[in-house]
Design a protein around this ligand. Structure first.
Ligand code: ZN
Length: 137
């Protein structure tokens, strides 16, 4: 029973170590991040007679910028979209990796707790089988 718990904990710790190593790679990259999200929005231009008034909406890329004190949405220039897509995408990846790491760290501590309890139990078992020696003078 003891051995099974130890073995399961050890296996899980190895899995967590692997997952955490993968996420650490995301943090160690050197590429710039931008706090925000880029998405495609459907809009009406408001011009009378435009097709959007008949339900054929325009599509526009919108940057929801969340980096400064003021948060705002704006439509970036076409030539900037690939860069903004890259930087905001990497930021989302970074945040997701961070959330996974927080969760994995908690579980790692739990599994380390299991290892400690089970190994101490093993040690106690062996200790009880040792000879009773002389009393400490
Ligand atoms: Zn329109």
């Amino acid at each position: 029973m003891n051995r099974q718990r130890l073995s399961a904990a050890r296996k899980r710790i190895h899995q967590l170590q692997q997952a955490m190593e993968d996420d650490l790679r995301v943090f160690l990259e050197r590429t710039p991040l931008l706090k925000g999200r880029l998405y495609e929005a459907q809009t009406r231009c408001g011009k009378p007679g435009c097709r959007c008034n008949r339900g054929e909406l325009h599509t526009a890329m919108v940057l929801a910028y969340r980096g400064g004190e003021k948060q705002y949405n704006r439509c970036p220039a076409d030539q900037d979209i690939p860069l903004l897509h890259e930087m905001t995408g990497r930021y989302q990846d970074f945040r997701q990796a961070r959330a996974r790491l927080v969760k994995a760290s908690r579980e790692l501590l739990e599994q380390i707790g299991v290892m400690e309890r089970e190994r101490l139990a093993l040690g106690e078992e062996r200790f009880r089988k040792t000879e009773t020696g002389k009393r400490v003078p």
